[in-house]
Design a protein around this ligand. Structure first.
Ligand code: ATP
Ligand code: MG
Length: 240
């Protein structure tokens, strides 16, 4: 039987909010305004996933699909050091791919599934899961098709999570509404509609707090309290 593992975020407060950490065989979504820490958390998870289970890690490899070009290998180094790990070895266990279209993203997932059948992966990152859909389907008349393709992608991701007992960490954007001719982003409105809301096992909203502080809030999870956690972004990654 597959053992569900909960991978530490680097912050005890955030782990507690998540019921112990980022769970395998499940999809954890983080949405929030720019600089709220979505990508920084992804970098921290790249390292913490490789920690032994006894240290609240996942003892496995990481697959990183980057649609924004914001993955920074250099960032991994101080985070690995903070966790007492060898940065070179940690980097070797991160399989990285940049996706340029939603179809490319889908094909990368197929390739990764084949890899996961052979090697022990414990985390799949999609930063972001939706950006390419918003680029590739722009017209109003394309929304139904976009949602259909998004559902297909998410069902593939869910299958990977369950089949390989992998934790999925995916980031999402917030919606920009035209208000008086100016697009104003609503930091509380995740993109992706019902399709994404339905696919996410855990959905959390991130926002900026004071200084380097960030605030995470769980959004409509039946088995988790609607509480908040405060964490920090430091050179060593996410921490309390
Ligand atoms: P976007 O929507 O633009 O993708 P995001 O939610 O992914 O935003 P991040 O890139 O995760 O945002 O967060 C960026 C912030 O993280 C920076 O503004 C800074 O406050 C913090 N940060 C980044 N690197 C470091 C570091 N080395 N030390 C401390 N804080 C850092
Ligand atoms: Mg980002």
């Amino acid at each position: 039987r597959k053992q569900i593992v909960k991978i530490t975020t680097g912050s005890q407060a955030l782990d507690e909010l998540l019921g112990g950490g980022i769970e395998t065989a499940a999809l954890t979504e983080a949405f929030g305004e720019f600089r709220s820490g979505k990508t920084q958390l992804a970098h921290t998870l790249c390292v913490s996933t490789q920690l032994p289970i006894s240290m609240h890690g996942g003892n496995g490899k990481v697959a990183y699909i980057d649609t924004e070009g914001t993955f920074r290998p250099d960032r991994i180094v101080p985070i690995a050091e903070r966790f007492g790990m060898d940065a070179g070895a940690v980097l070797d266990n991160i399989i990285y791919a940049r996706a340029y279209t939603y179809e490319h993203q889908y094909n990368l997932l197929l390739g990764l599934a084949a890899k996961m059948a052979e090697e022990p992966f414990r985390l799949l990152i999609l930063d972001s899961v939706i950006a390419l859909f918003r680029v590739d389907f722009t017209g109003r008349g394309e929304l139904a098709e976009r949602q259909q393709k998004l559902a297909q992608m998410l069902s593939r991701i869910t299958k990977i999570a369950e089949e390989f007992n992998v934790a999925v960490y995916m980031t999402n954007q917030v919606i920009a509404d035209p208000g008086g001719g100016v697009f104003i982003t609503d930091p509380k409105k995740p993109a992706g509609g019902h399709v994404l809301a339905h696919a996410s096992t855990v959905r959390m909203m991130l926002r900026k707090g004071k200084g380097e502080q960030r605030v995470a809030k769980i959004i409509d999870a039946p088995n988790l309290a609607e509480a908040e956690a405060i964490f920090q972004i430091t050179p060593g990654g996410v921490t309390d």
